[in-house]
Design a protein around this ligand. Sequence first.
Ligand SMILES: NC(=O)c1ccc[n+]([C@@H]2O[C@H](COP(=O)([O-])OP(=O)(O)OC[C@H]3O[C@@H](n4cnc5c(N)ncnc54)[C@H](O)[C@@H]3O)[C@@H](O)[C@H]2O)c1
Length: 432
Amino acid sequence: MADRYLTFTGTAPGRLLTRRLGLPQPAALKRWSPQRPALEGDRLLLTAGKSELEPADTGLDLTASAEKPGAVLLDATGVRDVETLAEVHAALQPVVRSVAESGRIVVLGAPLDAADHHQAAVQQALEGFTRSLGKEIGRGRTVNLVRLTDARAAGPTLRFLLSPRSAYVSGQVIEVGAYDESGAPADPDRPLTGRTALVTGAARGIGEAVVETLARDGARVVVLDVPQAEQDALRVADRLGGTALALDITAPDAGERIAAALPDGLDVLVHNAGITRDRRLVNMPAERWSSVLDVNLASVLRTTDALLESGTLRRGGRIVATASIAGLAGNAGQTNYGASKAGIVGLVRALAPRALAEHGVTVNAVAPGFIETRMTAAIPLFIREAGRRMNSLAQGGLPVDVAETTAWLAHPGSGAVNGQVVRVCGQSLLGA
Ligand SMILES: NC(=O)c1ccc[n+]([C@@H]2O[C@H](COP(=O)([O-])OP(=O)(O)OC[C@H]3O[C@@H](n4cnc5c(N)ncnc54)[C@H](O)[C@@H]3O)[C@@H](O)[C@H]2O)c1
């Protein structure tokens, strides 16, 4: 379902009318394409406080001054008290206006120091700062916060956040852990070369975009979907030089069947398959509850366990599960869906440290907001229109936005990103 309002506000009369009426003014987002692999403009580096970080270790080209920066990286890791917090204001306030359309601001923060409540207070303050700036900055620009201790570990994360690939990711706080040098890919343009990625529910919608993006990055892809969608799955797999696997993920032995289909192992597992069966709790039969919980959560738990225990998921592997804004904020008519998606968050947080320690596998989740797919096209007009506009970018995301976020988490260099739930929601007003 095309976003006609976005098209209309892109015209001169549309801009004039919507400005007069005080209506939202969504900017056409500049997403990644082979013709636009990077943002236009320089990447400006600013510092607040006394930083011990080596920004050069990120491997990014950064400059100390730029007239119209495409991206701004503010190193605020050295902010330890309210006085140095003022340097955040001093550094960014003069340049904010000059940041290009669809530009990026990334604030670098430090982990909160439990032994120093002044440091913890001002580092937490950076969250409120980042989210507030994201809500007011406009013109397709995004603002995110990355907490880190070692700039070397943050390379792939910053390359993603400071690129057109993260067009619909804003207002996020992402923690980057310890550096692991084993992750550098041989071919940075096709970082998943030699890796196998399986995506559930990949015959259409977000899953289809995920396999396309992982194949673009060099992965051999396996397109899993229900037997009824086998023709679509085959079509997608053929186009990408991958294989299709017709399997209902709720089958009790789904994990074993995936393992049998992949005797050489698996590197990237994306739990994307999901369903909705909306009804308010007072009218919800048990069957609607159990079918949603089974597809969205129980099968994710079962197949994850089976593929980790069988060793099918190799060391250096990546699991990316799919949560939802509805699981974070709740949504009327979706007690079943909200429960299943919040369950994904619990799974990710609890399993991530153990899966990394025992299997060398990271576990993260994407939490999409309003994404333009068949699932959201089925929402009644006025609720759909509200869902689209209720975010800082005043528009719905595209399946490719979730796919790009998944590709960053699946990157061999993203081993320091673990246990994170990253919203792909244009900074939705829900649950923010
Ligand atoms: N579209 C959005 O705005 C949005 C928002 C938040 C979260 N999500 C989540 O993103 C994921 C993809 O959503 P979408 O909008 O692309 O949905 P979609 O309905 O377009 O696609 C889902 C795919 O999953 C497959 N599937 C369903 N049950 C399955 C099963 N038992 N076994 C194997 N495959 C199965 C379907 O056949 C379909 O191809 C879901 O987990 C959804 O909950 C979507």
